[in-house]
Each structure stands twice: as structure tokens, then as C-alpha cells.
Design a protein around this ligand. Structure first.
Ligand SMILES: Cc1cc2nc3c(=O)[nH]c(=O)nc-3n(C[C@H](O)[C@H](O)[C@H](O)COP(=O)(O)OP(=O)(O)OC[C@H]3O[C@@H](n4cnc5c(N)ncnc54)[C@H](O)[C@@H]3O)c2cc1C
Length: 423
């Protein structure tokens, strides 16, 4: 389902809320009571946006398809921020209205329920955006964030109590109260399905000083090269946290594989995985694949471990001898970070239409290309930039900078695809 369709659905619903709300307002006699009316409108719009936040983070496959989980998570964050701001405004307007008109907030237990939901959302939201700055582990804030699944029904209790039964807005709350459990049931069914079909580790292979590949066998997975999975390892009876990794093998090959680089607590333990360990895999996700676009001339730009979606796509093209031209630019600090080099060089020798350029940023004695990769270099190398699809996967700053530079060379935005290893 395309992003535009989802955005249209959200827009239509927001407009409907506005229309429902406006039917109860006498615009010819605007008075202080309008503050109360505005407060109600903010609550309705805010809660609707918060509901979609849950939709975006529920990994619903038919929505994610053609959309991308990374984009959905960006929307999740955006909707969360706007929704929360609106709900905060709701509280401010209602309190101000009541105090200025009646000198009392008419505090009840249902107002307390609303305050608990609002404060809860604010705390979890703040932790999500500031966890790095305050040194919180990723898993810690994620676990705390799950509290939001409880806070949403709490917020619904508050609005049900304060909405006139049978009013148009009350139907919005009925709909959300009906759809929300369905979202939870969907997530639970996915979790159970994943747990019931564990995969098994068949090989643990060191690729470079800090890079390992894990191979798995299990139920055949229908995926596109470049897509990713969520993985949870079961080692010595202990379940690890769940982490996303690109599937580094190609669907043309029998085993699934991922190639993690050590950067933190979990990836540090990858080397301790043993053949025969069980793995829970939730997949496939993502839209970063040459198969999702029409052009045959592909430019792959990888930074460090951002090579993984490209090795999957290159293996796929190679295995099936597909009719694509591929130029791979792979930037690394030094050759110590390289993996798959033998395979890439061998494919380059065998396929006329495949070229690979290794670029080192911090290795003065590297005999090949050195320094920062920029669009000027790519253009000089390719000759022209027309009718080419540019795929970029690397550190966010490098990736954003390259996209900007490519656009300056008149590459249309629609021909640039980016994958960022952050959700
Ligand atoms: C779509 C996608 C594909 C990826 N593919 C690869 C790959 O092929 N190879 C590779 O080495 N890395 C890949 N990553 C990154 C990988 O998920 C993180 O390196 C890993 O989760 C880090 O965990 P850690 O505990 O070792 O490090 P930490 O120090 O705990 O985390 C470092 C950063 O990794 C991210 N991260 C950590 N835990 C999670 C989690 N449970 N869920 C989501 N993000 C998390 C956060 O941005 C965090 O700031 C991919 C990420 C995404 C989103």
C-alpha cells in the first residue's frame, strides 16, 4: 500500500473530525466557550494522530509493503509529536477555560485518568527522543515505550467519559475503541507465528575483525533482495532482544543470512552464537530493493556495513544473470572493515556489467580511491547520471549529503533510494 494512500486516509479522517466538531459549534456567537470547543477539537485530532502512531509501529505488512518500515517509523515519530502537542493544548485550553469562567477545574477521577495518560505519553515520548543524550540503552527506552499500549486505552476512558453519548465525535471514539484491540491482536498473532516457526543457526562465519555472518535454515521465506528481518536469538535457553538486520543472502540461495557488525551490547554477542541455536525471525520488511523500481542502470553507494543490502542484490543479479548494469561505490575507513571482497572481485571479473570501486577515507596507503565520496566523483566515474537508479545505504549524515549532492547534479528525487540502519 502506498504512502500517499495512507496519508489520504489520515487526511480524510482529520477533516471528518473537523466537520463532526464544527456541527456542534455556533460560529455566529463565538465567546469564551469557544476555548472549551477548541480544547475538544485538539483532543480529537490529537488522539486520532496518536492512534495512527500505533498503526505505524505495529509492523502491519500490507501497509508496510510499498511504504517501508523506516518511513513508517518516521511518521510514527512525527504523528506522536504533533498528537501529543495537540493533547497538551487540549489540557491547557480546558484548564484555562474552566479557571477563567468558573474559577475551578472541576477535578474528577476521570480528569486524573486523562492527566495520567498525558503525562505518560510525554515521559515515554521524551525518553524516545532523548535516550542517547541521557545514556539510556536502546532496549530500556523501547521497553518503557511499550507502556503506551496501556496509556492509549486509559486516554480513551477519559474521552468516553467527557463525550456526549450519541454525538458524532463519540462515533470516532467507538471506532478507535474497536480498531485498537484489532491492532494488538494483529501484533500478538505475528509474535505467536514467529515463535512457532523458529529457524536454526547453521553457520557462524567471521567476515572481518568486527563483522560476522550468521546463516539460518528453516521455513522458506519469500523476500526481495535488500529487505530486512527482525531477529531474536535463543542461546542456551535465553532469549536475546530483537534487532533488525538486512538479509545479506539472496532469495536465490537456500539459506537466510544476516551480517551484523559489532557496535553495541547485542552485536558484541553475535560471535557467541553456536550452530544449532534457535532464532526467531519476523520478516520480510523494507522496500529497499532494485526490484521495486523500473530502471536497469543501478548505482549502489554503500558506507561501511551498509554493504549488506547490496551484497544481497548483487548476488541476486549474479545468480540469475539478470540484465542490469551495476556500479558499486563502497566507502570504508580502512580495508580492515571490508568483507565479501573476494566474492565481489570474482563477480566483477565474471560480469561485464558490474563494477566495484572501493574507497578508503582513513587509510593513506590504500592503493585505490581515497577520501570522501561525493557526487562529483560518481559523475566522473559514470560519465552521465541520466536514467540511473541510485541506492544509498550508509551512515545517515553521508547518505543525506550524497542525496543532496546528487540532486544538484539533476538526479530526480524519484531515482534516489535510501536505507538507514535506524528505526
Ligand atoms: C533496516 C535495518 C537494517 C539493518 N541491517 C544491518 C546489517 O545488515 N548489519 C548491521 O551490522 N547492522 C544492521 N542494522 C543495525 C542494527 O540493527 C544495529 O546495529 C543493532 O541493532 C545494534 O544493537 P546493539 O545492541 O549491538 O547496539 P546498541 O549500541 O544498543 O545500539 C546502537 C544503535 O542501533 C540501533 N538499535 C539498537 N537496538 C535496536 C533494536 N532492538 N531495534 C532497532 N534498532 C536498534 C539504535 O539506533 C541504536 O542507537 C540495521 C538496522 C536497520 C533498521
Amino acid at each position: 500500500m502506498k504512502a500517499r494512500l495512507i496519508l489520504s486516509v489520515v487526511t480524510v479522517l482529520l477533516i471528518l473530525v473537523l466537520v463532526f466538531w464544527s456541527t456542534s459549534i455556533d460560529f455566529s456567537r463565538i465567546s469564551i466557550h469557544f476555548l472549551n470547543d477548541l480544547g475538544i477539537l485538539f483532543a480529537a485530532l490529537g488522539l486520532l494522530l496518536l492512534f495512527f502512531q500505533f498503526v505505524f509501529s505495529s509492523r502491519i505488512r500490507f501497509i508496510e509493503y510499498g511504504f517501508g518500515l523506516d518511513k513508517m517509523m518516521r511518521w510514527h515519530r512525527l504523528f506522536g509529536r504533533i498528537g501529543l502537542a495537540l493533547i497538551l493544548l487540549h489540557a491547557i485550553f480546558i484548564v484555562y477555560y474552566r479557571l477563567s469562567l468558573f474559577g475551578d477545574t472541576f477535578f474528577t477521577v476521570f480528569i486524573l485518568v486523562g492527566i495520567i495518560a498525558l503525562v505518560g505519553f510525554m515521559v515515554t515520548g521524551a525518553l524516545a527522543s532523548q535516550y542517547r543524550r541521557i545514556g539510556l540503552a536502546y532496549e530500556t527506552w523501547r521497553n518503557i515505550h511499550l507502556i503506551n499500549y496501556l496509556l492509549f486505552p486509559v486516554a480513551l476512558v477519559h474521552v468516553f467519559y467527557h463525550t456526549l453519548p450519541g454525538s458524532l465525535l463519540s462515533y470516532l471514539w467507538y471506532s478507535l475503541a474497536f480498531l485498537y484491540p484489532l491492532l494488538l491482536i494483529y501484533r500478538l498473532i505475528r509474535i505467536v507465528a514467529v515463535r512457532m516457526n523458529p529457524y536454526e543457526v547453521t553457520e557462524v562465519k567471521q567476515e572481518a575483525e568486527k563483522i560476522w555472518t550468521l546463516f539460518f535454515k528453516g521455513k522458506k521465506l519469500d523476500y526481495k533482495p535488500g529487505q530486512f528481518l527482525f531477529l531474536q536469538l535463543l542461546r542456551e535457553g535465553e532469549r536475546s532482544s530483537t534487532h533488525p538486520f538486512t538479509i545479506s543472502n539472496s532469495p536465490t540461495r537456500s539459506e537466510l543470512s544476516v551480517t551484523p557488525k559489532i557496535i553495541g551490547d547485542f552485536t558484541l554477542t553475535i560471535k557467541d552464537t553456536r550452530v544449532g541455536d534457535k532464532v526467531f525471525i519476523d520478516a520480510p520488511y523494507g522496500v529497499f530493493s532494485f526490484l521495486n523500481q523500473p530502471l536497469k542502470d543501478l548505482v549502489f553507494i554503500a558506507g561501511g556495513i551498509g554493504i549488506t543490502p547490496f551484497i544481497s542484490m548483487i548476488r541476486n543479479i549474479y545468480d540469475q544473470n539478470l540484465d542490469y548494469r551495476v556500479a558499486l561505490f563502497w566507502v570504508n575507513r580502512s580495508e580492515n572493515n571490508l568483507c565479501f571482497t573476494g566474492e565481489l572481485k570474482q563477480i566483477e571479473q565474471e560480469l561485464d556489467n558490474f563494477k566495484v570501486v572501493f574507497i578508503m577515507t582513513d587509510q593513506p596507503d590504500w592503493p585505490g580511491e581515497k577520501g570522501r565520496l561525493n557526487a562529483q566523483f560518481i559523475k566522473e566515474y559514470l560519465g552521465d547520471m541520466d536514467k540511473k537508479a541510485f541506492f544509498i545505504c550508509g551512515p545517515p549524515a553521508m547518505s543525506a549529503e550524497l542525496e543532496r549532492e546528487l540532486k544538484e547534479f539533476d538526479v530526480p528525487k524519484s531515482n534516489i533510494y535510501r536505507e538507514i540502519f535506524e528505526l
